[in-house]
Write a protein that binds this ligand. Structure first.
Ligand code: AMP
Ligand code: MG
Length: 275
């Protein structure tokens, strides 16, 4: 199955550099992108397989890497995206890094230190479940660093990402956009399902109370840090299958555009006889 439609999805979800990212104008359901669930699921399977083959080439080529940043409030589906989009990938070429509360060691360094350390080496796809953006999101909303320090971080983040992009890291940033009602359903689901209860953290309810402050912090980050070298995409995430399909199609499209090549051997394989 060809993947021509991805440029259309990509253009529609992108926050154009300089554009103000208003989340209220972006629909968390995104029905128009994929009205039919069965078709979207079939497409996701194909795209996930294509991503696996491209990842193999990227690894063999060993010259560039891909960094996928997943941001979104609790229950927005960051873990589910990793599972759904990269399900066909072998674990060797993909490295997932969760960004939780910084440890003492991390707090003793500047906030980008742990991000830089988690960057995918050449040949790898790195996936960040949360990221350095927490340092302008939760840190801003909760006042965990002085406001003057946080205000400087947008430019610092842009410079950091430009540095990575200029050094062979293709950056793909996805904000998983869910509605407040959908978050309520998913939190309730965690309370009701013994297999999901472990994911429930009463502290998440505190963040939910600050919904509008988080929304404002996201809008500022998306607006100020969507750059030509690392644009943000806001993905409608109320439906998991649609979210996965959209992200997979863009990841596949970007990988195809990168066109990773298997290295040329330094010998002639036809001249070799294995006895
Ligand atoms: P989870 O992703 O649900 O495992 O939770 C990780 C938690 O770590 C979330 O509540 C984040 O807000 C929090 N977190 C991540 N990065 C930071 C940071 N730089 N400062 C403070 N809290 C953070
Ligand atoms: Mg959580």
């Amino acid at each position: 199955m060809a993947n021509d439609e991805w440029t259309h999805f990509d253009a529609a979800l992108r926050v154009a550099p300089g554009e103000k990212a208003r989340l209220s104008t972006r629909d968390p359901l995104g029905e128009a992108f994929a009205p039919d669930r069965a078709a979207a699921e079939a497409r996701l399977l194909k795209d996930a397989e294509a991503i696996d083959l491209l990842q193999d080439r990227l690894f063999a080529e060993g010259r560039r890497s891909v960094l996928i940043v997943l941001q979104g409030i609790d229950t927005s589906g960051k873990d589910g995206t990793v599972r759904g989009v990269f399900k066909a990938c072998g674990p060797l070429g993909v490295r997932v890094t969760p960004f939780g509360r910084p440890t003492e060691t991390e707090l003793a360094q500047d906030y980008l230190w742990r991000a830089h350390a988690a960057c995918p080496p050449k040949g790898m796809i790195g996936i960040w479940n949360r990221s350095h953006y927490e340092d302008v999101l939760v840190v801003k909303v909760r006042g965990l660093a002085p406001a003057e320090a946080v205000a400087l971080r947008y430019d610092q983040i842009n410079a950091f990402e430009k540095h990575l992009a200029e050094n062979g890291v293709t950056i793909l940033k996805f904000m998983l956009h869910i509605s407040k009602d959908e978050q309520k359903r998913r939190l309730q689901d965690r309370l009701d399902d013994p297999a999901k209860l472990w994911k429930f953290n009463p502290g998440d309810l505190e963040d939910r109370k600050s919904w509008s402050q988080f929304e404002a912090a996201y809008e500022e980050a998306l607006t100020r840090c969507s750059t030509p070298h690392a644009p943000w995409r806001v993905v409608p995430a109320d439906k998991k299958w649609r979210r996965n399909m959209l992200i997979a199609s863009i990841v596949r499209g970007v990988l195809e555009a990168m066109a990773p090549q298997y290295p040329k051997p330094s010998f002639d394989p036809r001249a070799i006889t294995i006895t």
